[in-house]
Design a protein around this ligand. Structure first.
Ligand SMILES: [Zn+2]
Length: 90
């Protein structure tokens, strides 16, 4: 039986197979209030996520946990990774 970092491998079904199960939905719902209020910074670029801006509940790269909220564009890899290049907009 495989041991994951969390110590628990959830049973396979259609809602959890891609890591977007009940826990993800609950976390996203919890964070969404803070995002809607403009109180959350992107987990990847560390810029504020403005109310109404597209965002994702971002996984760590190894999918062992959650980074937190990040801009949809950052989560989908359209932005240089922080630390690889200085932000040209600063
Ligand atoms: Zn971002």
């Amino acid at each position: 039986m495989p041991i994951t970092r969390s110590g628990y491998a959830p049973p396979r079904d259609t809602t959890v197979e891609r890591g977007y199960g009940n826990q993800h939905r609950k976390l996203r719902a919890a964070i969404s209030h803070a995002v809607a209020a403009g109180n959350v910074r992107c987990a990847r670029c560390h810029q504020p996520i403005h109310p109404g801006q597209a965002w994702d509940l971002d996984h760590t790269d190894d999918r062992a946990g959650y980074l937190g909220a990040s801009h949809a564009v950052c989560n989908r890899g359209n932005t240089p990774h922080p630390g690889t290049k200085k932000n040209p907009y600063r």
